[in-house]
Design a protein around this ligand. Structure first.
Ligand SMILES: Nc1nc2c(ncn2[C@@H]2O[C@H](COP(=O)(O)OP(=O)(O)O)[C@@H](O)[C@H]2O)c(=O)[nH]1
Ligand SMILES: [Mg+2]
Length: 362
């Protein structure tokens, strides 16, 4: 299973420019059997400097980074939740993704028309978030109707459970959505979340905001008050799409000259990764050095299952060393001699940067 991010926003804010830049590098799809390729979907490598270092240590023939899926979702407009501008289709695309990357226009090119005639990030953010909230509201209303009619014929525990959901939807969820509020801000209790898990709310998905700025302002401190408590990445999409034409060396030079640590694309990818609570464990050997994605709190057998189903079924133990420790030792043999490689069992909770050898029954 892979993790996916949907790029949403008004038309002409730079979504496709970003998507094209993000997915520009061809990827050897044979390494990622679970991925499907569609015109508006692309798999994107998660940059990870640890892989180069480990590959050097192991003299690996190849490096395989882990990936996440990005989906370029066509522009939403006011009224999308009622089906305006193919709205329903795009909203159902958003239901499929694990997190939302909300692109907000703050560049001022005279040639490129803003759908509302002027650049106004605050109101753009509101338009999109209200559409998402109203789309959730329609779903909630449909669900309430369904529950009410089902309740008539039910008894016992089934009836009790349905009543709980109904009560929660009517008293807490619906009023928020009617105000255009995002459910992720509501701070629902765990048991409430569980009751609602099957509903896949749009406004409960993790969201990162990408503020698409002019090249001249991309490094300045622009503050959008609406975004003060949000996860924000600032980019200039046009600059990012120019950068992908350059070689790695040239990009490094450019970044050094401009005093920037990372390209906007890298920031988007890494921020998405973090927002989804994802971490990587690593495997390394002469054949390949590779990163694998898991969610925070994943235990060793389930992590092994990411590599192969048989690894999880027949899991015995895992030999683990932190990647930095392995580099410090200089080789696996040396690390073993120093006693730095530990053996962990089925209850071990995986940590970011663990280098692993799984042992399993065939
Ligand atoms: N000046 C400038 N133009 C941009 C920037 N990002 C996108 N554009 C231009 O805006 C237009 C719309 O961009 P596009 O990515 O197709 O927007 P979408 O409708 O959100 O997918 C294109 O002509 C882009 O070249 C930017 O950061 N600066
Ligand atoms: Mg587009």
């Amino acid at each position: 299973m892979s993790f996916s991010i949907g790029i949403v926003g008004l038309p002409n804010v730079g979504k496709s420019t970003l998507f094209k830049a993000l997915t520009k590098n061809p990827i050897d799809i044979a390494n990622y059997p679970f991925c499907t390729i569609e015109p508006n979907k692309g798999i994107v490598e998660v940059p990870d400097f640890r892989l180069d270092k480990l590959a050097e240590l192991s003299k690996s023939a190849k490096i395989i980074p882990t990936v996440i899926d990005f989906m370029d979702i066509a522009g939403l407009v006011k009224g999308a939740h009622k089906g305006e501008g193919l709205g329903n289709k795009f909203l159902s695309n958003i239901r499929e993704v694990d997190a939302i990357c909300h692109v907000v226009r703050n560049f001022h090119s005279g040639d490129i028309v803003h759908v509302d005639g002027k650049v106004n990030p605050e109101s753009d953010i509101e338009v999109i978030n209200i559409e998402l909230a109203f789309a959730d509201l329609e779903m909630v209303n449909r669900h309430i109707d369904k529950l009410k009619s089902k309740l008539k014929g039910s008894t016992g525990k089934e009836e009790k459970d349905m009543k709980k959901v109904l009560e929660l939807l009517e008293s807490k969820i619906k009023p928020e959505l009617e105000e255009g509020n995002q459910l992720r801000k509501l701070g629902l209790e765990d048991d409430e979340k569980e009751l609602l898990a099957h509903l896949q709310f749009l406004t409960d998905k993790p969201m990162i905001y990408v503020l698409n700025l002019d090249e001249e302002t991309v490094n300045s401190d622009i503050d959008i008050p609406e975004l003060k408590d949000e996860i924000v990445v600032k980019v200039c999409a046009k600059l990012e799409s120019d950068l992908i034409e350059l070689s790695d060396e040239e990009v490094k030079e450019f970044l050094a000259e401009s005093g920037i640590k990372m390209t906007g694309l890298e920031q988007i990818i890494l921020t998405s990764y973090k927002t989804l609570n994802l971490i990587s464990f690593l495997t390394t050997g002469p054949e390949e050095t590779r990163a694998w994605t898991i969610q925070v709190d994943t235990k060793a057998p389930q992590a092994a299952g990411k590599i192969h189903g048989d690894f999880e079924k027949g899991f015995i133990a895992v030999d683990i060393i932190n990647w930095e420790k392995l580099l410090e030792a200089g080789s696996e043999v040396a690390a073993r001699e120093k006693g730095w490689i530990r053996t962990e069992g089925k209850n071990y909770v995986m940590q970011d940067g663990d280098v692993c050898h799984f042992k399993f029954n065939k």
